[in-house]
Design a protein around this ligand. Sequence first.
Ligand SMILES: Nc1ncnc2c1ncn2[C@@H]1O[C@H](COP(=O)(O)OP(=O)(O)OP(=O)(O)O)[C@@H](O)[C@H]1O
Length: 239
Amino acid sequence: MLSVSNLDVRYGQFRAVQGVSMEIAKGDIVSLIGANGAGKSTLLRAIAGALPIHSGRLLFKQQEITNTSSSRRVQQGLSLVPEGRRLFSDMTVEENLLLGSTVKRSGDWNIERIFSTFPNLVKRRHAETGNLSGGEQQATAIGRALMSNPDFLILDEVSLGLSPLVVDQVYDSMESLKDAGTTILLVEQDLERAMRFSKRTICMLEGRVVLDKLTSDTNKEEITQAYFGLHPSSKQEAS
Ligand SMILES: Nc1ncnc2c1ncn2[C@@H]1O[C@H](COP(=O)(O)OP(=O)(O)OP(=O)(O)O)[C@@H](O)[C@H]1O
């Protein structure tokens, strides 16, 4: 579904993402982890078209998207839930959701299905999102992305600022996305949660991928070592 080849993304001279390659297949559920500043958000934003790419290539469903606009990528089926949710706070839940369908792709997602997937939003349908709890805002942000009927959903820091109980609710709701066969790439700081949810774990360190394994083929210790650059292959890669 997505092929990332030798990707470099820079802020001025600074290489925030360096030589990153990965293949993500249809139906993959991938957690991207790494310390603050490892380059996770930069990579996600570059894949979504929110940041320009310095060098390397991106293919989505076998089509070159390296230089296409973010709106074109949404039309092709790639949708990002950005860190911080970026909702329109003086618009209602329903209005925010409808904005997500500005790019209308055919598929099963519609406003009623969003409300049945996120039942905590039903009562808040006509409330302005600025007055919602963090969990309700996150559900709205995910729902808005789903309204475009994406084949590939990218989620940046789903849990940020939410209580553990609310994070559980958001992840429970996302189980139905897995069942629907949606391909998901997400950034999650909570390693145990990431490992429970995803089939594959990718760890970044200083702009590079230092571990990319099926979650069933790795363990917490190995990922933690990669996270801190203690894994033998991470030292080699990062040097
Ligand atoms: N707009 C920017 N201008 C300059 N440097 C930036 C910018 N955004 C991020 N960076 C730098 O790029 C590097 C990667 O940042 P990025 O936000 O991608 O990391 P991250 O892994 O998502 O971290 P976090 O978990 O803190 O969000 C960091 O060193 C960061 O300081």
